[in-house]
Design a protein around this ligand. Structure first.
Ligand SMILES: [Zn+2]
Length: 98
């Protein structure tokens, strides 16, 4: 018997990145696009899940990711891949942005 405490802590329901994103990201439509900001005073955003940084500046910042149609919420590619099934996201062509 393996009694060494092999608990399944990697279950998606217990992922440390999950807070209450489903309140605004459930079944969201996302665009894969280069990072931008619609707020002139804002020079970066963070991934909604892991807090990875999106910016035009800095060697460690992400240059592109998945954003909601309103451009307020950004998700990095690894988190997108981890959670797209759970949240039921669909990806739209960014040329559809109005
Ligand atoms: Zn992330």
């Amino acid at each position: 018997m393996d009694a060494a405490g092999t608990e399944n802590v990697s279950d998606a329901a217990d992922d440390w990145r999950l807070t209450n994103q489903d309140a605004y990201l459930q079944a969201a439509t996302l665009f894969l696009r280069r990072w931008f900001t619609h707020r002139p005073e804002w020079d970066h955003d963070h991934c909604e899940f892991c807090r990875a940084k999106f910016s035009d500046e800095g060697p460690d910042a992400l240059r592109e990711g998945y954003c909601t149609t309103d451009g307020y919420h950004w998700i990095c590619e690894p988190c997108f891949n981890d959670f797209r099934d759970r949240f039921g996201w669909s990806v739209a062509d960014s040329t559809d942005v109005r």
